[in-house]
Design a protein around this ligand. Structure first.
Ligand SMILES: [Zn+2]
Length: 145
């Protein structure tokens, strides 16, 4: 089932840029979630040693219907997806954001699942701050139970 996505919450985009900057020169990767058609959440499964393949493998876990795509950073500053990126994009979701150095508010591009650039509006919406960063264990079931 495809969802119509209206855009990404500005606070969520800022969070992604901040985390990418703090991860630099390492790559940051996470998954994007929507609430009522707006991308409001980022999951960061592996915080320090993130790599895109590891994150994308989580798409193979039981489907979370609120996943709309992925986000990852390019410390090089290039915003074009690599062939490997596009291969991973095709696995799930229609909204894949690449952010690049210097991680300012314009240092990002959104792509669809085949790697074509697509528009994504940045929306000023009120979101629950605590919901921006969700622990992977909350989403996929705790391992400590
Ligand atoms: Zn990439």
């Amino acid at each position: 089932m495809k969802k119509k996505i209206k855009g990404i919450a500005r606070d969520t985009l800022k969070f992604v840029l901040e985390v990418s900057a703090s991860s630099h020169p390492k790559e940051f990767a996470g998954m994007l979630y929507e609430t009522d058609g707006i991308i409001t959440d980022v999951d960061v499964p592996i915080t320090q040693s993130s790599n895109v393949s590891a994150v994308m493998n989580l798409f193979m876990l039981p489907v979370n219907t609120h996943i709309v795509g992925s986000v990852h950073s390019h410390p090089s500053g290039a915003l074009q997806p690599s062939d490997a990126d596009i291969h991973l994009f095709m696995q799930s979701g229609d909204y894949h954001i690449i952010v690049g150095y210097p991680y300012d508010i314009t240092s990002w591009t959104c792509y669809d699942r085949i790697g074509d650039r697509r528009e994504l509006d940045v929306l000023d919406v009120e979101i629950d701050e605590s919901a921006v960063y969700r622990d992977i264990q909350e989403t996929f079931g705790g391992e400590n139970d």
